[in-house]
Design a protein around this ligand. Structure first.
Ligand SMILES: C[S@@+](CC[C@H](N)C(=O)[O-])C[C@H]1O[C@@H](n2cnc3c(N)ncnc32)[C@H](O)[C@@H]1O
Length: 466
């Protein structure tokens, strides 16, 4: 079987069968454990927007498509055939959402098989899809009882949300299957939100203010079309992620030459927001990142936003404090208990809160990942806490809705560390306004925030998280 298209096309002339083949290949890559970002990087740049749009739609309907495929073909076909069949079924099963007419999709999926060395299997794909078109209502109804098909998330994921959010689990799953809005953060060192909104309006771009430094666009746009993007006036950042810097800094009195650590910093969105909020020269922000390649993105972010002056990028495992602490502690007055004024720990997590933007995530994670990530988060929290000054603050956050990575993680930490005290913070935020459906400003990703203060004496007044 050939894996490359027989006729590559020029921009603007991509036939649907070519796109479907690319989407099916991308799906196969994700099934083999590669991320959506990695598989899309293999797609020629001029094809990418179209392929990505179809792939995301497929991933948001994959549970349904797989259940339908199991009804249409009891024996699992070869991976390439199965991926193409599931791609077509995911796009065609709900005719109201289908991006092309069902007959066009079926014809083009069969054409894709024929053109890529699957001549023999093309007849089988044709027969399955045409049977689906004839019997779609009955076949879809047969899959309705299967939670994976109904909610398009793995069963274990549905079960976990059902247990942890008895009131909101369906709203979370439904929100996860909708595309996310595009949100921007205005660089407070360069521009006010009201002025940026005027600039957008002058360009005919509809938008509304969001939170303290944010703007939400009515329609997503390529960043090149955003006024002032190249000059660093604005960054793309979801509304929930924009809460981190204000939560950490507001009400915190910083001494001259304060030191702030962003412990898991790449690609640098929250590092940049901290710097944008701080007057020039007030504090040094250390951006720590374990992945050297990803750390380059922090540097690029800070350069575009003109924020390098008060920042230092370090490459190290944040939990291996001995490896990087001497670079931060240089010239610091000797302190008995840490020396940092504030720490942001945006810990590695399952990303279960951002599946609207990364619909591959749910299909890549395994149930055992959650406990393993929770251990990593615990290790980071425990290693960093001693570095905080008494009276200093640590903001712990994850882009996860799972309580093992949020509320339960922090409750266990506070129980172990008697000098940790809760300050007000939102706790678990649910995606797409899942918990506040009438509030349009609640349309953000799923996230978790806990803000902890180090007391001088052991705390006796810890209250419930969130
Ligand atoms: C959720 S992302 C951070 C996003 C970032 N705060 C932002 O707003 O742009 C987590 C980052 O932590 C990094 N990371 C994971 N384990 C780490 C560790 N032990 N020490 C430092 N960085 C780590 C990952 O490579 C990843 O870049």
């Amino acid at each position: 079987m050939s894996t490359t298209s027989t006729t590559e096309s020029s921009p603007g002339s991509v036939a649907l069968h070519q796109q479907l083949w690319r989407v099916a290949q991308a799906l196969q890559g994700i099934r083999d454990g590669r991320s959506g970002t990695a598989v899309l990087e293999q797609v020629p740049a001029h094809w990418r927007p179209g392929v990505q749009a179809l792939l995301f739609q497929v991933l948001r309907s994959l549970g349904r498509a797989q259940a339908l495929r199991a009804l249409l073909a009891t024996k699992t076909p070869a991976p390439a055939v199965d991926a193409l069949l599931c791609t077509a079924l995911a796009l065609v099963w709900d005719s109201a959402q289908a991006p092309y007419t069902p007959f066009t999709l079926v014809n083009q999926a069969v054409e894709a098989a024929r053109r890529h060395g699957l001549q023999r299997q093309a007849g089988f794909i044709n027969a399955c899809l045409r049977r689906f078109l004839r019997e779609s209502a009955a076949l879809v109804a047969q899959t309705d009882g299967d939670a994976q098909a109904r909610y398009n998330h793995p069963r274990w994921w549905v079960d976990k949300l059902r247990q942890q959010y008895p009131e909101h689990w369906q709203a979370i799953l439904e929100a996860n299957n909708r595309p996310a809005p595009m949100a921007l953060r205005v660089n407070a060192r360069q521009c006010r939100v009201a002025d940026y909104l005027q600039q957008l309006q002058a360009q005919g771009i509809a938008a509304q203010p969001w939170g303290e430094h944010g703007v939400q666009l009515a329609q997503p746009l390529p960043v090149q079309r955003l006024p002032g993007f190249a000059q660093g006036m604005v960054s793309v950042q979801d509304g929930a992620a924009q809460l981190a810097a204000p939560l950490l800094l507001q009400g915190l009195s910083l001494p001259a030459q304060a030191r702030i650590l962003d412990a898991c910093a790449a690609p640098g969105g929250k590092t940049a927001h901290l710097l944008e909020m701080l007057p020039l020269g007030q504090a040094k922000v250390y951006a720590l990142e374990v992945d050297a390649i990803r750390s380059q993105r922090i540097t690029e972010t800070l350069q575009r936003l003109h924020l390098q002056e008060d920042a230092q990028v370090l490459v190290a495992d944040a939990a291996q404090v001995d490896a990087w602490w001497p670079q931060v502690a240089q010239g610091m007055p000797a302190v008995a208990d840490g020396g940092l004024d504030a720490i942001l720990l945006d810990a590695p997590c399952s990303a279960s809160g951002i599946v609207r933007r990364h619909p591959d995530v749910r299909w890549l994670r395994r149930p055992s990942d959650i406990a393993q990530l929770a251990r990593q988060q615990e290790r980071l929290l425990q290693a960093l806490w001693p570095l905080l000054k008494p009276g200093g603050r640590l903001l712990y956050c994850t882009c996860s809705v799972f309580k093992e990575e949020g509320q339960w993680q922090v409750e266990a930490f506070v129980a172990r560390n008697k000098n940790a005290q809760y300050l007000p913070a939102p706790g678990h935020l649910l995606p797409g306004a899942a918990s506040v459906p009438d509030n349009p400003s609640g349309d953000h990703d799923g996230f978790f925030y806990a803000l902890l203060q180090k007391t001088k004496a052991p705390s006796s007044a810890a209250h419930a998280c969130g």
